[in-house]
Structures are given as structure tokens and as C-alpha cells.
Design a protein around this ligand. Structure first.
Ligand SMILES: C[S@@+](CC[C@H](N)C(=O)[O-])C[C@H]1O[C@@H](n2cnc3c(N)ncnc32)[C@H](O)[C@@H]1O
Length: 305
């Protein structure tokens, strides 16, 4: 455990058997994120990955003016930049704020806040998914984005491609001319997953579903953790919800930090941590292909796991 990682010893209320909220590599508390982050040292986090509220009036947020929302995001982002390691990354996952049927893409609105801090955008990842509201007056929204920024301007930020490669479409394709003629042309470890990620969102039948209305799929965060950190690095989610980022970090030997205002979500996060450690937590495998109802290769049981 890091020298400054505190141990949380609150007891879980949702667990059927009350358990201590303690783990050598996880630091997850019920606290406002500004307060939580102010206790952490400068440049201590290799990856800050999060999905903030979108100001839509979900059960965990009160709608406020867009100006006030942006001010709150500005304060939170400033703290994350202070905590960011020089070779580290910030991944801010957002969708649209909607007001009187008009949509306001939050990545477009928040982008200048990050660049004003001198951060550098490396990818604007499109996360696409199959399920959501069916709109009547516009096309139904089926994607959100992840803005991936680094602190470093040069190429010395952590980026590990091999652990997140996905199977090549034509793994047996060969060079057809030149000195390598006849040799396999694709990387045997697979191909770059690209900046468009088709990963099911966590809806009612998803194997990871909890009572949280908007949780991350663990596989989405795993890809970021594996690519943007090394074993033993620290990962922070300042809007941690039910701890999906924490699970992704712990699964791969990273130290996890997170906070949320709702005790109920923090309790669930701890229950998931305990299940992970006990080997009983079910998560959808990171690169599992999307269920195709027309394919004979998939069936109903495979659909949500
Ligand atoms: C979109 S959800 C994040 C869910 C999370 N990615 C997960 O997988 O469970 C946003 C979360 O931010 C929390 N939240 C809102 N304001 C906060 C604040 N000031 N400090 C800490 N958490 C906050 C909410 O309670 C909510 O759980």
C-alpha cells in the first residue's frame, strides 16, 4: 500500500454479512471529490478515469444551470490535473446534457478546460452501444465519448498497446510481394482496438448490473487501465459510483482510489471488491464479441455475459 493510502474501516451496510471496508490496494470512501482529492499528494495518480454526472437530474444529482455545472467541473478538473503524474493520463467519459430537447455535447464544452491546463488530447474515443432511450424527435443516441488527455507534450506518456490488442480480422493474411512475401503480415498479438469501441452499456440484463443507473462496463475501464498504466500504478475515479474503475484497476494489480457522495454506492463498490478478491465477481470479458441475434455462433445465454 502507498505510504499515503489511508485505510477505510467503515462497515458495509448492504452486505448480508457485515464486512470491513478494507483492502490493501483499494481506497474507496463516501466523500465529496474535492475534499477527497485535496488529501492526495501532487502528481500521485497515473490514470484518472471517470464519468461525471451529466446534469440530467438522475437520482444522484440535482439539475443546476449549465454555468454552475461547468464551474463545478472546472474545480474538479483542476484538482485532477494537480494529482496527475507527469507521464499520466486523464480520461473523461461524457455524453450529452439535454435541455428543452436541445443537446449540448459535454466533451465539446469541457475540452477547453483541459487544454487551458496545458493537457494534450491523444484520442477522442467513441464508445458506441446498442441500448438506450428511443427518441421521438431526433435520432436515438447510441454513443458517448472519452476524452483521453496526457500531461506530457512529448511521447513519454505511458501507452501499452500489446495488452489491449484485439483479434485481427484476417490473422492469416500474408505479404504478397517483397522480401517478406509469404510471411504473415499482421501482428500475431492482434490489432490496435482503434478509437471506436463497441462495448455493451450496463442495462438491466447485463451481468455487472447493480442498482446504480449509469455504471461503467468494467471492460471499458480495463482497456484504459492496461494501456495507460503499469502494474503498481495508482488509478483514481473521483465519481466512483459502484466502483467499476476500482474493479478494473484491482483486477490488473494497480492501486485504486475513488470517492462518491452516496454511501449506498460506496457500499456496493466495497461488496464488489470483496467479491473480486473472493473470485466470485462476474464481469463481462474485456474483448468479448458483441451478441449478434442473427449469428448461429452466439445464443441467448451468451448474450449478457
Ligand atoms: C455517472 S455516475 C458514475 C458511475 C461510475 N462510473 C460507476 O461505474 O459506478 C456519477 C457519480 O458521481 C457521484 N457524484 C456526484 N457528485 C459528486 C461529488 N461532488 N463527489 C463525489 N461523487 C459525486 C454520483 O453519486 C454518481 O454515483
Amino acid at each position: 500500500m502507498g505510504a499515503y493510502a489511508r485505510t477505510n474501516v467503515v462497515e458495509s451496510k448492504t452486505a448480508s454479512v457485515s464486512r470491513l471496508q478494507r483492502d490493501a490496494e483499494a481506497h474507496v470512501v463516501c466523500e465529496d471529490n474535492l475534499k477527497f482529492m485535496r488529501d492526495q499528494p501532487n502528481e500521485s495518480m497515473k490514470l484518472i478515469v471517470t464519468s461525471p454526472p451529466y446534469n440530467l437530474g438522475k437520482e444522484y444529482e440535482e439539475r443546476r444551470s449549465l454555468d454552475r455545472y461547468i464551474n463545478e467541473q472546472t474545480a474538479c478538473i483542476a484538482e485532477t490535473v494537480r494529482l496527475l503524474h507527469p507521464n499520466g493520463s486523464i480520461c473523461w467519459q461524457v455524453g450529452n446534457y439535454v435541455h428543452k430537447s436541445e443537446i449540448f455535447p459535454l466533451d465539446v464544452i469541457l475540452y477547453p478546460i483541459f487544454t487551458n491546463h496545458g493537457l494534450h488530447l491523444r484520442n477522442r474515443i467513441v464508445w458506441t452501444f446498442g441500448h438506450g432511450l428511443h427518441c421521438q424527435n431526433r435520432f436515438s443516441g447510441r454513443y458517448e465519448t472519452i476524452l483521453w488527455f496526457t500531461k506530457s507534450k512529448s511521447d513519454d506518456y505511458t501507452f501499452n498497446l500489446d495488452p489491449v490488442r484485439v483479434p485481427s480480422k484476417y490473422p492469416k493474411k500474408k505479404h504478397f510481394k517483397g522480401p517478406k512475401k509469404g510471411e504473415i503480415s499482421s501482428n500475431p498479438l492482434g490489432k490496435n482496438p482503434s478509437d471506436v469501441w463497441d462495448i455493451p452499456n450496463v442495462k438491466s440484463n447485463h451481468v455487472e448490473k447493480t442498482s446504480h443507473p449509469c455504471q461503467f462496463p468494467v471492460g471499458l475501464v480495463e482497456r484504459l487501465v492496461l494501456a495507460l498504466t503499469n502494474k503498481g500504478d495508482r488509478v483514481l475515479d473521483p465519481y466512483v459510483g459502484v466502483g467499476s474503475s476500482v474493479i478494473a484497476a484491482l483486477k490488473h494489480g494497480r492501486h485504486a482510489y475513488g470517492c462518491d457522495l452516496e454511501q449506498e454506492y460506496v457500499d456496493i463498490a466495497w461488496e464488489r471488491i470483496h467479491q473480486l478478491r473472493a473470485g466470485t465477481l462476474r464481469t463481462r470479458p474485456m474483448n468479448k464479441p458483441i451478441y449478434d441475434p442473427n449469428s448461429k455462433a452466439t445464443n441467448e445465454t451468451q448474450r449478457y455475459i
